[in-house]
Ligand binder design. Structure first.
Ligand SMILES: [Zn+2]
Ligand SMILES: [Zn+2]
Length: 319
């Protein structure tokens, strides 16, 4: 199984500003050596060698995560603005001629998780088929409402692909072509659902928007079945720990809580996502450095081996 990140920003799409781009160029030029500029190849190598926070960005699009199972199915979770580029990638294959089929899991219907749907080109092509899965039995109405004429000029019905909405049992399991998927209700305003994907002995968990605060850690064992022994958990860590104390009930978590939970349930790797729109790439580097120190100073001392990383838009990982 592989996972590709098409959108990892939380709450609001966050394009880079002119000032931010100029600052990145300035820092790249500050550290360049004459030998780095000798040919196009040395320039490419120099750019490749720079950290993400200088040569690019962790990402501005809101949530869309593609699961690439061994069985070849097309699966994604959530339809934030990253869903548009995911759609463009599908137009390079059978979806262009109306012969595509994809399964779409929806965590919840806050804007940042559905806003890409009206711009998803494969859904305009007759013949393509999309099945939406979530525990919300009114998911179709919620998505139609986003494209009510008062919000958007093209309604969902005018997108001519076949669309099916399947209400999965809350916290039940379903099987898709050998892939087992279970969902878990998360603490979040209006509810959201995490998904655990299992295929050929590999496990990927998507936590959705979720708030785990210190009180809830007492009841954390109710999440054991969801997280236990996962290879990779993509965790909503929108805030730093200090901010999470000031933003109790806002519906999001922090890296330190993600690490505590992962260590408790024998997770191998945590990837932090749903980056706050106010966080620059440099601040995200700090979040990652602090998370790695937290592992070294806390769970690492107890012999727990746990990797942590940041979700990076455009990246694809093997699980
Ligand atoms: Zn969100
Ligand atoms: Zn939300």
């Amino acid at each position: 199984m592989k996972v590709k990140f098409w959108g990892v920003r939380g709450s609001l799409p966050t394009p880079l500003t002119m000032d931010t781009i100029q600052n990145k160029i300035f820092r790249a030029l500050q550290r360049v050596k004459p030998s780095d500029l000798e040919s196009n190849e040395t320039i490419d190598n120099y750019i490749d060698s720079l950290p993400v926070s200088i040569k690019g960005t962790y990402g501005g699009n809101s949530t869309c995560i593609q699961i690439i199972p061994d069985n070849g199915d097309v699966i994604c979770i959530d339809c934030g603005t990253g869903f548009k580029n995911f759609g463009a990638s599908l137009m390079q294959r059978e979806f262009k001629s109306g012969q595509g089929f994809a399964s779409i899991f929806v965590s919840h219907t806050h804007w940042d998780h559905i806003q890409g749907i009206p711009f998803f080109l494969p859904m305009f092509i007759p013949g393509n088929k999309f099945t939406f899965y979530s525990p919300f039995d009114d998911l179709q109405q919620r998505i139609e409402y986003q494209q009510d004429f008062s919000h958007f000029p093209i309604n969902l019905e005018m997108m001519q692909a076949k669309k099916e909405f399947v209400a999965v049992p809350q916290e039940g399991e379903i099987f898709l072509n050998g892939m087992k998927v279970i969902n878990k209700r998360m603490r979040h305003p209006g509810a959201s659902y995490g998904y655990r994907f299992e295929e050929n002995g590999k496990v990927f968990c998507f936590t959705a928007d979720c708030e785990f605060n210190l009180d809830e850690m007492d009841e954390i064992d109710s999440y054991r079945e969801f997280f236990q022994d996962a290879d990779v958990v993509l965790f909503d860590a929108q805030y730093t720990f200090n901010e999470s104390i000031n933003k109790i009930d806002w519906g999001h978590s922090s890296a330190s809580i993600a690490i505590d939970i992962a260590a408790r349930f024998n997770v191998k790797k945590v990837i932090l996502y749903h980056h706050d729109p106010d966080y620059s790439d440099d601040k995200l580097d700090n979040v990652l450095a602090n998370a790695r120190s937290y592992i070294a100073m806390n769970v690492g001392k107890k012999g727990v081996e746990l990797e942590v990383d940041l979700a990076l838009e455009g990246a694809e990982i093997e699980i």
